[in-house]
Design a protein around this ligand. Structure first.
Ligand code: HEC
Length: 187
């Protein structure tokens, strides 16, 4: 007696539709998280770091009604968007050397001092989780900047890119593909 052995083809398609739905936990900053962020060293006079509570000033470049002229965006860039471009350029400028195992310049104060108080395009953006993820990003930059070997810098670079991605996954998925290009291949 022969049964037509029918093997139901079960196609389980797990569609991870939207990258921003994945909530990857933030790379844990090392155990000793300082309560107050006081950048020691690089710049002579470190500008005061801002927080989520720092009021945004109307009328400054990148604020509503004063968007920064941009060839890439006909509407103009918010202060935060312009800052993001700068952050992206800074990482891009270091990537090849980091990949080749050479030491590079630490990341500048722009990466840590204004992120929590730059005008976003959508005012509603400036709250949790953005602020929490901004703090995690700032921590990752500090780790990168404190690295004293090329190997540690490479690891730090990866953590910085991860911190970019973690925030984008939760708040702004558009640039994710571009940010992934910054990532380094596994050593
Ligand atoms: C804490 C959250 C957060 C982190 C960390 C973050 N971003 Fe962003 N990013 C945003 C938000 C929100 C916007 C939208 C800004 C706006 O429209 O005002 C943005 C916008 C951008 C843009 C588009 C800018 C434009 O022209 O509109 C790029 C590119 C970008 N980010 C790259 C990066 C890179 C690279 C990093 C890491 C070096 C990074 N981001 C880290 C939240 C973040």
């Amino acid at each position: 007696m022969r049964h037509a052995a029918f093997t139901p083809l079960v196609l389980v398609l797990v569609l991870v539709v939207c990258a921003c739905q994945r909530s990857t936990p933030t790379a844990a900053p090392s155990g000793a998280a300082p309560a107050v962020a006081v950048p020691l060293a690089p710049e002579a006079a470190p500008p005061p770091a801002c927080t989520a509570g720092t009021p945004l000033l109307s009328g400054i470049p990148g604020s509503p009604g004063h968007l920064i002229k941009s060839s890439r965006n006909p509407n103009g860039d918010s202060e935060l968007a312009a800052l993001m471009r700068k952050m992206q350029d800074d990482l891009n400028a270091r990537r090849d050397a980091v990949l080749a195992g050479r030491m590079v310049e630490p990341l500048g104060a722009e990466h840590t001092q204004k992120l929590r108080c730059a005008w976003p395009t959508e005012a509603s953006m400036r709250k949790d989780p953005f602020d929490r993820l901004a703090v995690a990003y700032i921590e990752s930059v500090r780790g990168f900047n404190e690295a004293t070997t090329a190997e540690d810098q490479r690891m730090g670079f990866g953590l910085v890119v991860n911190a970019c991605l973690t925030c984008h996954q939760s708040s702004c998925p558009g640039p994710i593909a571009a940010i992934q290009k910054l990532d380094l291949p596994a050593p």
